[in-house]
Design a protein around this ligand. Structure first.
Ligand SMILES: NC(=O)c1ccc[n+]([C@@H]2O[C@H](COP(=O)([O-])OP(=O)(O)OC[C@H]3O[C@@H](n4cnc5c(N)ncnc54)[C@H](OP(=O)(O)O)[C@@H]3O)[C@@H](O)[C@H]2O)c1
Length: 294
């Protein structure tokens, strides 16, 4: 039985990962900030030594993009120092580290889907802190996978689907940005991808490095909001009738956002045979789970 230790186990991806891994027969131990603060290297060493997992999967993160602008120390403490601590502990104990990063390490100025060879250039504190974390992982732990993922959604936490649903219950016209493009990604789909990678690495392939993954189909936030509305509009508590396009300039946020972070996911297909799955299917599942449909 393959033993995995999951950090950030209460987060969107962390929770999906633990659920899926248990169903698949992995031995799963998980922690979140209350029991394992990534900023504490001694604590990490102790826990890794106690459980002796074969893989650590790091789903912990400071992920509030706007708040990071006014709290850079907190963002760096978790996304950079925490990543460095985990990488050091994994290296000490010969454990493979799977780490999640973000499309926001790119500036989004290009027109083409972004592959792993393209230059990084974050434009906000969150992106800088995640990039610094990637660098720490590469420096301290040779046996690592960094998986950069796109816009995550799920039925928990703070994400665009849940925020939009709240607005759709209150407003007839819901505004959404229509000049930023990316790929929504179901947290359960990220869990599937991580575990498929673990299973293949466990067969002995050594393919350490950085990979991109997102749900299939690029869309603007407006396009995503329209898909959400289409999936819920027959529900009695939804008052929204349409999605109104706004430009980023008319929707000021504390952290600037990259314009185009559509990722090229060919490398993960060529190396692991992992194909992108359409996020629309995941969206319907999330909506159904919120309304307790199957
Ligand atoms: N969300 C997105 O749209 C998105 C997009 C691209 C990439 N990603 C990346 O994908 C990964 C998973 O994202 P997610 O949305 O699942 O994250 P999430 O829901 O925010 O979960 C992160 C978890 O880490 C915990 N945490 C915070 N500080 C910690 C610390 N010092 N030690 C241990 N745990 C700590 C959080 O606890 P609290 O909730 O109590 O703070 C939370 O449970 C992250 O690496 C993220 O950067 C996310």
């Amino acid at each position: 039985m393959i033993k995995i230790l999951v950090t950030g186990g209460r987060g969107q991806v962390g929770a999906a990962l633990c659920q899926r891994a248990e169903k698949m027969g992995f031995a799963v131990v998980w922690y979140d900030i209350d029991d394992l603060d990534l900023a504490d290297l001694d604590q990490i060493n102790k826990i890794v030594m106690e459980h002796r997992p074969k893989y650590v999967i790091n789903c912990a993160s400071y992920s509030v993009v706007d708040l990071a602008e006014s709290n850079p120390e907190d963002a760096y403490r978790i996304n950079c120092d925490g990543a460095a601590n985990l990488a050091t502990a994994c290296s000490n104990f010969g454990v493979t580290l799977m780490h999640l990063s973000t499309d926001y390490v790119f500036d989004g100025e290009g027109k083409l889907p972004i592959n792993e060879m393209m230059p990084v250039n974050p434009i906000n504190i969150f992106g800088h802190s995640k990039l610094a974390g990637e660098e720490q992982i590469r420096k301290h732990c040779e046996q690592h996978i960094i998986l950069r993922v796109g816009w995550i959604f799920s039925s928990r936490g703070n994400n665009y689907v849940l925020r939009s649903l709240r607005q759709m219950r209150e407003e007839k016209e819901v505004k959404a940005v229509d000049d930023q493009i990316g790929c929504p990604t179901d947290a359960y789909d990220v869990a599937r991808v991580l575990l498929a990678m673990v299973q293949q690495i466990d067969c002995g392939i050594e393919v350490w490095g950085t990979y991109h993954y997102s749900g299939a189909e690029a869309v603007t936030w407006k396009g995503f909001a329209e898909a959400i509305l289409a999936a819920v509009k027959q529900q009695p508590d939804i008052v929204a009738e349409k999605i109104v396009a706004v430009a980023s300039d008319d929707w000021p946020t504390r952290a600037p956002r990259p314009t185009n972070t559509v990722m090229d996911c060919y490398k993960i297909l060529a190396t692991f045979g992992i194909r992108q799955r359409p996020w629309r299917a995941g969206l319907v599942k999330v909506i159904n789970s919120l309304t307790e449909l199957d």
